[in-house]
Design a protein around this ligand. Sequence first.
Ligand SMILES: C[C@H](O)[C@H](O)[C@H]1CNc2nc(N)[nH]c(=O)c2N1
Ligand SMILES: N[C@@H](Cc1ccccc1)C(=O)O
Ligand SMILES: [Fe+2]
Length: 252
Amino acid sequence: MQSVSAAPVASDALPLLTQVYADYTAADQHVWQLLFDRQMALLPGRAAEAFLEGVRRVGFTRDAIPDFREVNPRLQELTGWELVVVPGIVDDAVFFQLLADRKFPATTWLRTLEQLDYLEEPDMFHDVFGHVPLLTDAGFADFLQKLGAAAVHHGQRWPGTLEQFTRLYWFTAEFGLIQQPDGLRIYGAGLLSSHGEVKFSLSEAPTRLPFTLDGVLDTPFEKDKFQDLYFVLTDMQQLPESLAQLQARLLE
Ligand SMILES: C[C@H](O)[C@H](O)[C@H]1CNc2nc(N)[nH]c(=O)c2N1
Ligand SMILES: N[C@@H](Cc1ccccc1)C(=O)O
Ligand SMILES: [Fe+2]
């Protein structure tokens, strides 16, 4: 089992870590297999086509926890992105700087059998299974890089603006839904890695609103429970458009 650290890591203290693949136990591999099987049985018809296509493109299987030494060359070739290992949540400024550099922070520890349905903080299943497939999509990968660069640019000058980028990230990359021609689908990684919240987000229980930049910027969020509100895109193009709109406003 790999180690866990709960406190946020600051920019000058980002440790150089690697995924020590040999440290994964048979129990870890079993948890991956269970998680992978459960999600892949649930997600067709519920996840966005771009995500399902990404799972195929990156080559994740039930057979083994992804080895970052294999994932990274593949991602690099497809969209220029790579995973970098972090111990846990990194602070927002560091997080956005990594995105700006086309580096996605990933933990290497895995949830236990008792936490299969939902976890309050990201683990490797979330970071890797949830995020990497869409990072193989050129349009989405580009959006995240630009979001990171814009957050760094504005956040350095006006730290108060960082929260706006955090909300845009949260309600899209983490908890976004999209109305495809054939139905309501999930593209947010925080949903895709959670069996419980996949079902909840598409059920009658939560509020779903059409995605607008103003709606997102006006909505605070909580990190450690199911969201009570989700924003629904009609087209992935709304992502770069909303980012451009936010940047234009901040320059006014
Ligand atoms: C930007 C936003 O606050 C978001 O929750 C960030 C914060 N720090 C993180 N740190 C890690 N390791 N992984 C993440 O997904 C995030 N998300
Ligand atoms: N709830 C997610 C993990 C997560 C927590 C907080 C933010 C984003 C993701 C899961 O179970 O996979
Ligand atoms: Fe995430």
